[in-house]
Design a protein around this ligand. Structure first.
Ligand code: SF4
Length: 318
């Protein structure tokens, strides 16, 4: 009997996570505590089958996109950005990160923000460098009442400020980071299901670079064309359906060294490039900042890296 269809129990090497997929919560329990204290009280925990809704299906060709808007890729022009958004809407892409790499004045930016409303996009995240002309009420209201912009982050700001968890000013520079943060893990049904079969970062993602290159993700080196040549939905479809473009899509955490022993593997969105072996298992060159064998985060007292534990990963999986 499935007593808690909304819950799933994910065992790691030292810890177990009890995920509440409906309420978006999770509890981390030490495996020993689970055995000694919880299981005698809650014996049904060991019999909880995985949720029965175990098939991940999405009608979208692309579910999420990262777009860099610049002068060199011409997306700074409303007409070109609209064409791209139109194509992405045709792919049923629901989540978009838009990063402005070129300064754009307040007035033109507000015009572009209005364009997002025209499309059936669930969430837009805006990233750009701070400029004093953005720091005004009109701008804040345009974001607040846009209906689709769920966050806007200003980098290189002279101050730190968080306005209603929607507009963030940070002194930091934009940079790709590979660090995982416990507070950013998500416990929800779509992510859990996707993680059973796919890589939750690379699957169904597209990235348009500052120079117009079309890639699976910013971390990827291989380009599959240029945005300036995209004229229709079919042009993007052809690129995305290329098996090389989808190289990392099916590299699920259960096939990856170390992550397969981690209790967070169905909640963690990991942007490290997997190195795929002939037998389809994979490993990473960069170590994660969480070590599931000692359940410690880098920076925590008594933290040891994998290398400290004598674990070195390479192309051989023995
Ligand atoms: S070990 Fe893997 S699954 Fe665990 S937190 Fe790190 S990247 Fe995520």
């Amino acid at each position: 009997m499935n007593l808690f269809p909304s819950h799933c129990v994910v065992n790691g090497f030292r810890n177990t996570v009890i995920q509440n997929l409906v309420q978006g919560k999770f509890e981390v329990v030490n495996n020993e505590d689970l055995k000694i204290h919880l299981l005698p009280e809650l014996p049904f925990l060991i019999n909880i089958p995985s949720p029965t809704y175990d098939i991940y299906e999405s009608p979208s060709i692309i579910t999420n996109a990262i777009i860099e808007v610049s002068i060199s890729n011409n997306l700074i022009k409303k007409k070109n950005l609209n064409l791209l958004l139109n194509i992405l809407e045709g792919c049923l892409c629901k989540h978009i990160v838009v990063r402005f790499t070129t300064f754009i004045d307040n007035h033109r930016l507000l015009i572009l923000f209005k364009e997002f409303k025209k499309y059936n996009i669930h969430s837009v995240c805006i990233l750009l460098n701070y400029h004093k002309e953005y720091y005004n009420n009109d701008f804040a209201n345009a974001i607040k009442y846009s209906g689709c912009i769920y966050t806007c982050i200003f980098f290189k700001s002279p101050f730190e400020k968080n306005l209603e968890n929607l507009i963030h000013f940070t002194k930091s520079e934009y940079k790709i980071t590979y660090n995982k943060v416990l507070t950013e893990f998500n416990s929800n049904i779509p992510l859990y299901l996707e993680a059973q079969k796919f890589n939750t970062y690379f699957n169904k993602k597209v990235f348009i670079s500052e120079t117009g290159q079309i890639k699976n993700a910013p971390e990827c080196s291989q380009s599959f064309g240029n945005v300036t040549n995209l004229k229709s939905l079919n042009d993007l479809k052809e690129i995305v359906e290329d098996t090389e473009f989808q190289r990392f899509w099916k590299v699920k955490k259960d096939s990856c060294d170390i992550c397969q022993d981690c209790e967070f593997r169905y909640m963690c969105v990991d942007n490290r490039i997997p190195i795929i072996r002939d037998d389809r298992t994979a490993y990473f060159e960069k170590e994660c900042n969480y070590n599931p064998y000692i359940n410690k985060w880098r920076g925590e007292e008594n933290y040891l890296s994998l290398a400290d534990l004598g674990i070195f990963l390479n192309n051989s999986n023995s």
